[in-house]
Design a protein around this ligand. Structure first.
Ligand SMILES: [Zn+2]
Length: 245
């Protein structure tokens, strides 16, 4: 159980609780006649409600709710539509707001100048070209950052791959293959650097113990908590960017 929970659990307040991994705060509703736990999305109040049998412990109910994070995200994705790449749309890129611009006569390879990303060619291919461009930018940035941090850590990295795993921003195999979500290129550079530092630190320690955390902070260059909180807050939006529905 995360350390922060013990504080939450001891306050006994009826305010909604914010739990790691759940996008919305959660309101607890112990109920004498409830037979099972049930989680609902309260769209108007932007919170989750958790009803559960009164005899059940709060902790058990909360732990169950936290395991429903994939379901919550799927529900939220339905409520909050995607932000497709279309001309005139604003997207985050390296933490900045960038305006997408289309003019058929421009080169088909997107180009970033100031706060404008321009792309030419047929309009039907606009979204696909922007996504390809963002993925290639992500590959370059993440490969460079990984090489740089691995050099400082004195470890080897077998390969860097880019994907779009919905539940993870990065992963590192025992053999040294590191994968990143391309959407990290949308996040501020220090957030991207933290995820890279985290995965590279796994080249020395495959757990999240004290030695791992010390190395992760050293490679990142400071306390990682702010970057982690930022990615947690930004994550839901980053995952909507470019989605058609
Ligand atoms: Zn890890």
């Amino acid at each position: 159980m995360p350390a922060s929970w013990s504080i939450i659990l001891s306050t006994g307040c009826s305010e909604p609780l914010s739990l790691p991994g759940l996008a919305w705060p959660i309101e607890l509703r112990p109920h004498p006649s409830a037979r099972a736990m049930r989680l609902r999305l309260d769209e108007a109040r932007e919170r989750l409600t958790l009803s559960y049998p009164r005899r059940m412990s709060r902790r058990v109910a909360l732990e169950w709710a936290q395991r429903q994070s994939d379901w919550v995200e799927a529900q939220l994705a339905e409520l909050r539509p995607g932000e497709p790449f279309h001309p005139g749309a604003t997207i985050p890129f390296e933490g900045r707001a960038i305006r997408l611009h289309w003019d058929e006569r421009l080169p088909r390879t997107p180009r970033l100048a100031g706060d404008r990303m321009s792309c030419g060619g047929p309009n039907e291919a606009f979204a696909a070209r922007i996504e390809r461009f963002l993925r290639s930018q992500a590959r370059v940035r993440l490969s460079e950052e990984t090489a740089d941090i691995a050099r400082r850590a004195g470890v080897s990295v077998r390969s860097v791959a880019i994907g779009d795993a919905s539940s993870r921003w990065g992963s590192c195999s025992a053999s040294g293959a590191i994968r990143f979500n391309w959407r990290l290129i949308l996040a501020p550079p220090h957030v991207l650097r933290w995820v890279v530092a985290h995965e590279v630190a796994h080249r020395r320690h495959m757990d999240h113990g004290a030695a791992f955390r010390a190395l992760e902070a050293e490679l990142y260059g400071g306390d990682v908590r702010a970057a982690r909180a930022e990615l947690r807050a930004l994550g839901p939006r980053l995952k909507r960017v470019g989605r058609r529905i």
